[in-house]
Design a binder for this molecule. Structure first.
Ligand code: PBG
Length: 345
């Protein structure tokens, strides 16, 4: 984090600010922030099947994994020093219903993966996603009625989903739905069910962003979403519940609200276009703050690198270091295993 009290340098030549940049050793001594594998949360896409891996076309290098492969990924993460995975299911289209019942099925894809990973790699922290979009035939994060997302009924469903994930053994719940009141409702339900140790990492400031496109392909929500228009928004647009990219004061209000309702940690999403928000949140609240380097950010770096237009490895490291500089405690990134391998040398 930048210090608020910067000493003005004495006049030249007493100060030659290039002195500390002359060699790798001197640069290492003067370096203000560092990136480590312990800063990373690795998002993983799940599919049904066994020993199955399905590449995500819009995210080169990323594949959807069957549960056994996800277990192998968890073991790899442990070996690399990555402290947490975050699970996202690609639900079988046949299991999607208007009532989204699959979301709290104790044996749904996510909950089976939680149990399998918990057993095989007990040391890793397992994070989940709470939102209805993987289970909803229209790809929205909540129930749609008469062209509107119905907030309070959606929150009831999210609570059921949260309890099923906690029951399966999740360590960190990640409500990404942007409904009002869901953090408090989930926290109360967790306490009442004896899950007092389960963390909530709230997607507190989640913007209605164009950078989620590849993710929506990955979980299979994109096509349907593109056909559904809510009143007050265009087709495929979540602006009636996700934040306006023009706002930052609102982000602080959302973070304050979620913390007051029982969130342990907060997230800003997407990442790189919102570093100002990350810095303000960290400075204002001093709580564990995470950024999500989302699918579109990953795809931009990868596709430019594949064409030789940028150095992909350097761009990856630079983009992730930027989050640390902005004050984030950690980053959700699809680069997690690659960057951890690189940092291990
Ligand atoms: C949905 C959800 C989204 C992401 C995480 N959870 C997409 C959306 O809000 O439409 C995006 C992640 C990414 O783009 O990498 N609840």
């Amino acid at each position: 984090m930048p210090s608020s009290c910067i000493q003005a340098p004495p006049p030249f030549p007493a100060a030659r600010l290039r002195r500390t940049r002359r060699t790798p050793a001197l640069r290492a001594l003067a370096r203000e922030t560092r990136l480590a594998p312990s800063d990373l949360i690795w998002p993983i896409f799940l599919i049904e099947g066994e020993n199955a891996e399905e590449p995500v076309a819009s995210m080169p290098g990323v594949a959807r994994l069957s549960v056994d492969r996800a277990v192998a990924a968890a073991r790899e993460a442990m070996a690399l020093g990555i402290p947490a995975l975050c699970l996202f299911p690609r639900t079988d289209p046949k299991a999607k219903t208007a009532g989204c019942e699959e979301a709290w099925n104790p044996d749904n894809l996510t909950n089976r993966a939680i149990r399998a990973i918990r057993e095989a790699a007990p040391g890793i922290a397992i994070m989940t996603d709470i939102a209805l979009d993987p289970y909803n035939p229209d790809g929205h994060d909540g129930f749609v009625r008469d062209g509107k997302i119905v907030n309070d009924e959606t929150v009831e469903a999210l609570v059921r989903m949260a309890l099923a994930q906690a029951e399966a053994g999740a360590d960190i719940l990640g409500p990404s739905d942007m409904m009002d009141g869901r953090i408090g409702a989930i926290r109360t339900a967790l306490e009442n069910a004896g899950h007092e140790d389960v963390l909530i990492l709230s997607y507190a400031a989640k913007y209605a962003s164009a950078f989620y496109g590849p993710f929506r392909d990955a979980v299979g929500a994109g096509q349907a979403l593109g056909k559904t228009a809510l009143s007050g928004a265009a087709r495929g647009d979540k602006s009636t519940y996700q934040m306006d990219p023009a706002n930052t004061d609102e982000a602080l209000r959302l973070v304050a609200r979620d913390l007051s309702e029982g969130a342990d940690m907060v997230m800003i999403k997407p990442g790189m276009p919102y570093l100002d928000v990350c810095a303000r949140v960290k400075e204002s609240f001093g709580v564990p703050t995470f950024a999500y380097q989302v699918s579109g950010e990953y795809a931009m770096i990868e596709s430019a690198a594949a064409r030789g237009w940028i150095d992909g490895e350097k761009a990856m490291l630079e983009s992730l270091l930027a989050f640390k500089r902005a004050g984030c405690n950690g980053i959700l990134t699809y680069f997690a295993p690659r960057v951890a391998r690189l940092l291990a040398g």
